[in-house]
Ligand binder design. Sequence first.
Ligand SMILES: Nc1ncnc2c1ncn2[C@@H]1O[C@H](COP(=O)(O)OP(=O)(O)OP(=O)(O)O)[C@@H](O)[C@H]1O
Length: 284
Amino acid sequence: MSEVIEANHRPVRDVSATAASTQAGPGALVIDHVGITFTARRDNKRYRAIKDVSFTVRENEFCCVVGPSGCGKSSLLLAVAGLVPASHGEMSFDGNRIVSPERDRAVVFQSASLLPWRTVIANVSYGLEMMKVPRREARERSRAIVELVGLKGFEGHYPHELSGGMQQRVNLARALVADPQLLLMDEPFAALDAQTREVMQAELLRIWGQMRKSVMFVTHQIDEAVFLGDRVIVLSKGPGTTIADIVEVNFPRPRSEEVKRTPEFLALVDRIWNCIRSGATAQN
Ligand SMILES: Nc1ncnc2c1ncn2[C@@H]1O[C@H](COP(=O)(O)OP(=O)(O)OP(=O)(O)O)[C@@H](O)[C@H]1O
């Protein structure tokens, strides 16, 4: 749910913005007192999705974002991608202000949206073709990424010949092939069955371990966030979403499924779950 707002709303600044900006090193994503509003077509009024959110994603960090349905997770991710403007606040990546989509940031959505008339390798190389990368180089880079995501041998397959998990691997390869510094993932495994989802979580960690990108990963699944992330940002209930908690996850890497059965893991899941369930409001 979003909140209708007055036309002249101005955000209140507090100490967390300063903290967010100064702790960020090079290669960091800085989200500094960002708010997001939408103008609804139905009544032309402005509705606030995100009220005031500040956090950083450090270079090479795997940062997960969770929160109640409708709290604005996807909107925030789209804003970082440069696809939705912030109504106030600032966002920067690697020191550059975010105002539009750029090649340093790639997005992976829940739906793979592959081009059905193109093979796996042609889907993956499409972005490079658009960037006018020479054909041979584009093919070589695409082959390497297809292998990295575990699809060696399937280069000539068409999307309809692939399982949902394999399609999502292609989707990931499409995002990675242009070598972005920041990967933005919006519920990428939500449409997969539980077993495939677990496989893909492990695969994503393996790939991330090899490529070491910064990742902002939005999910509904708290255990997924704790399993994957170095930190979990917990957003408060909308409307007027802020940050409810920031949870450090210190399990050693590489992580295996076993960690999910440890008391420490379950305690973190519980902490986040209680925070979301209680409809917590801002502490940070
Ligand atoms: N393009 C848009 N126009 C108007 N309102 C929008 C638009 N996109 C999102 N919203 C509103 O902003 C709020 C946040 O939506 P958003 O999809 O970002 O939340 P979410 O936390 O990702 O939700 P979910 O977990 O259910 O996917 C919602 O109230 C939604 O209706």
